[in-house]
Design a protein around this ligand. Structure first.
Ligand SMILES: Nc1ncnc2c1ncn2[C@@H]1O[C@H](COP(=O)(O)OP(=O)(O)OP(=O)(O)O)[C@@H](O)[C@H]1O
Ligand SMILES: [Mg+2]
Length: 275
């Protein structure tokens, strides 16, 4: 996925590296000196209590906020982003919790919103509705495995999981998408739709796109993520592999009670001794 870029000491070039990211709002430090590394095809969860700085960090990644300090590298190349458009240009896109869909419009119009293909008849431009519908069906199947029974109904009438799929389809339409960010993708979903959404995230990952998922639900995090990064009070507290960690350990890191869950906790739970 990183076509150019220098191989660093035999290691694979990370798709994304954030280094020393710091951001204040007035006198409030929302994010302090955070590093984040993400590799191709990896799902990274970011967890932490309310106000831990998770959304601020990813809004910096998506060009919504500019950091006071720190640098962002995509495939080893430093990028400057002062808008969402800039982040999309370098291959980073986000699906926010409200999904940003226009409820009254059907799925194809949402997927192509602001990006509609036009067909000319006798020089007069018309929206190419057929192409939008066919492309939407193709993008949905290829990226999310979701098939809509009727692509003409308003997205308001779709299920939560289907709406999620439409939002993901729109996000991955970006040419050369490298990183997809999802803020609380399962927060408002029932069990079945949660399962589907976790499957959608894996489907996106399987295309080689790296995914960052912010979630308060550790069960979902452990079901889908390869790594978990824990934030507290604007700082990165630590990062663990889901394969060698546990919800108990991560919870301890979130609330700050875990003995030995230091900056690079990678060992199995240290909480056992406390219980
Ligand atoms: N635009 C803003 N202006 C002022 N303060 C802000 C702004 N955005 C975030 N903050 C503050 O920065 C801190 C981090 O907020 P952030 O939204 O990043 O937390 P979070 O980890 O996403 O929390 P949650 O889990 O509740 O979504 C909070 O204290 C919040 O009040
Ligand atoms: Mg948030």
């Amino acid at each position: 996925m990183c076509k150019i870029g220098v191989e660093m000491e035999g290691e694979k070039q990370p798709l994304l590296a954030m280094r020393g990211i710091t951001k204040s709002f007035g006198g409030l430090r929302a994010v302090t000196d955070v590093d984040l590394t993400l590799h191709e095809g990896q799902i990274l969860a970011i967890v932490g209590d309310n106000g831990a700085g998770k959304s601020t960090l990813i809004k910096i990644l998506t060009g919504v906020y500019q950091p006071d300090a720190g640098e962002i590298f995509i495939c080893g190349a430093k990028v400057e982003m002062s808008s969402r458009r800039d982040s999309i240009r370098v291959g980073v896109n986000a699906v926010y919790q409200n999904l940003g869909l226009v409820d009254a419009l059907p799925a194809p119009a949402n997927v192509f919103l602001g990006n509609e293909p036009v067909r000319r008849i006798l020089g007069i431009p018309f929206l190419d509705n057929r192409r939008m519908r066919e492309e939407t069906e193709r993008i949905l199947i290829e990226n999310t495995g979701v098939k809509l029974e009727d692509a003409t109904v308003p997205t308001l009438n779709l299920s939560g999981g289907q709406r999620q799929a439409v939002a993901i389809a729109r996000a991955v339409l970006v040419a050369d998408l490298k990183v997809l960010v999802m803020d609380e993708p399962t927060a408002a979903l029932g069990p079945e739709e949660t399962r589907n959404t976790l499957a959608l995230i894996r489907a996106v990952r399987d295309r080689g796109i790296a995914v960052i998922v912010i979630s308060h639900n550790l069960e979902h995090v452990f079901a889908v993520a390869d790594r978990v990064m824990v934030m507290r009070g604007g700082r990165k507290i630590g990062e663990v592999d889901t394969a060698t960690s546990s919800g108990t350990e991560v919870l301890g890191m979130i609330v700050g009670s875990a003995v030995g869950a230091g900056a690079h906790a990678t060992t199995p739970s240290t909480l056992g001794a406390q219980q």
